[in-house]
Structure formats: structure tokens, C-alpha cells
Design a protein around this ligand. Structure first.
Ligand code: DQA
Length: 146
């Protein structure tokens, strides 16, 4: 069975409490439970971290362990060259996801540095974005489609 690591960055542990009008009312645990229920044909692993260096380490340690990564780097998306470098250092497909549509928000959110190392980016579909990203890994990346 293919193994997928889902990484959530800073403040995503506060989902369900934080700015619900933007991020919805589901907690991160609620979202993870939905994903586990939905995907029986892949093994899902979850990591949430608020510290940039720890996320960098987690990405580097993924070599040989996972077949794909879904990442929501939170605010680090907009400026973390360290996370971008980590994503570029591994030969594992990475898909970036944002709950909100970062392109219709504040100017400083409209650029993702980290997405520049990713296969693709999904933004604006709330928790459903995680489902879309996992499906993209399964159907496109693992299928060897170009
Ligand atoms: C976010 C968007 C980021 O700009 C923000 O800093 C977050 C959440 C999203 O999922 O929409 O923490 O990544």
C-alpha cells in the first residue's frame, strides 16, 4: 500500500477555533478522520508542526518512508526558502494545499514560495482540498501519468 504523509504547518492545530469564517469549523482532527474514512487504499500518516526547522526535518526524513506528501505549510508558504529547499531535496511528489484561496486574500499571501517545489497547488476548497490532493497523488503521481 502506498504511504502518504500529510504535513500541516503553523497554527493549523488551531483549526475549528481560528478565523472560522475563513478556515471553517472543522478541527484538524475532524479533517484527518474524514481522510482516514475516505481513503482505505492508501496508508495516511499525519504530522502537524509549528516550527519551521521541524517541518524541514520531517520532509528530509521522508526519503524512503513515504510515496507522496500533501503539505499545508500555513504562513511559511509565503516565505520559507528552507521548506522550499527541503521539498526540492527529496524525490517524492509533494502537493501543496491551502484551505483558503490565497490568491483572493491579502497581498502578502498571494505568493507561495514553497509551491515552487511542488507538483501542484490546490487552494480555496477548504478541507476538500486535502481529498483533492490525495486523489491527485493516487491518480496522477502514483499512476506515472505525465
Ligand atoms: C493557509 C493560508 C496561509 O496564508 C495562512 O497563513 C494559514 C493557512 C490556508 O490553509 O488557507 O495558516 O495555509
Amino acid at each position: 500500500m502506498k504511504k502518504i504523509l500529510i504535513i500541516n504547518g503553523p497554527n493549523l492545530n488551531l483549526l475549528g477555533v481560528r478565523e472560522k469564517e475563513i478556515y471553517g469549523s472543522l478541527t484538524l482532527n475532524d479533517i484527518n478522520k474524514i481522510l482516514i474514512k475516505k481513503f482505505k487504499n492508501v496508508s495516511l500518516y499525519f504530522y502537524q508542526g509549528n516550527i519551521e526547522g521541524e517541518i524541514v526535518s520531517k520532509i528530509g526524513e521522508s526519503i524512503g518512508k513515504y510515496d507522496g506528501i500533501v503539505i499545508n505549510p500555513g504562513a511559511y508558504s509565503h516565505y520559507s526558502i528552507a521548506i522550499l529547499d527541503a521539498i526540492r531535496s527529496i524525490d517524492i511528489p509533494v502537493i501543496e494545499i491551502h484551505l483558503s484561496n490565497i490568491y483572493n486574500r491579502e497581498e502578502y499571501r498571494r505568493k507561495s514560495v514553497t509551491a515552487q517545489g511542488c507538483k501542484g497547488i490546490i487552494s480555496g476548497f477548504g478541507y476538500y482540498g486535502y481529498i483533492m490532493a490525495i486523489n491527485a497523488l493516487i491518480n496522477k503521481c502514483f499512476g506515472g501519468e505525465r
